[in-house]
Design a protein around this ligand. Structure first.
Ligand SMILES: [Zn+2]
Length: 159
């Protein structure tokens, strides 16, 4: 990106705005002009040539013990690469560390087994996605009840 004076704008701090947006700061060192752009974390990928960490995500990384830091960095950057994501937020760190998978409580797993085959895979995906979004470590029957009511229009009647 270029400033109106023709100099290249230098990327500065990247603040996480909310769970899915960040505020990207750019500065022109020629005229000392600064702009902030609010972007969706996933849609911001085109602005970066290589994996770039938000300030918050980098701070999380820096707080890790020195022998763990490179492992986590690699794990998260690999996950980001697989998903064509360049801007790494704390939310993406959590997602990457779960490797996009969540655990199932045994009772939830049993109940999933009773769902008719054609919709079971869809139900599994929807439940895992929702659990990940909420940073829940596992799928529970309580979550299943909620999702069933919301997505499958079956209401909350006792079966
Ligand atoms: Zn300028």
């Amino acid at each position: 990106m270029q400033c109106t004076c023709g100099s290249d704008l230098q990327g500065g701090t990247i603040e996480e705005w909310d769970d899915v947006h960040s505020l990207l700061h750019y500065t022109c060192h020629h005229c000392e002009w600064t702009i902030g752009i609010e972007m969706d974390n996933r849609e911001a990928s085109f602005l970066f040539d290589c994996p770039t960490w938000t300030d918050e995500a980098r701070h999380c990384l820096e707080r890790l013990p020195p022998y763990v830091e490179p492992l986590v960095r690699q794990e998260v950057e690999t996950y980001a690469g697989q998903n064509a994501i360049k801007l790494i937020s704390t939310g993406l760190m959590t997602e990457a560390r779960n490797q996009g998978t969540v655990f199932w409580r045994p009772d939830a797993e049993r109940r999933l087994g009773r769902i008719p085959e054609p919709v079971r895979a869809m139900a599994r995906r929807e439940l895992e996605r929702t659990a990940l979004e909420r940073e829940m470590p596992e799928v529970t029957v309580v979550l299943m009840d909620e999702i069933k009511a919301r997505y499958f229009g079956m209401g909350a009647q006792a079966s």
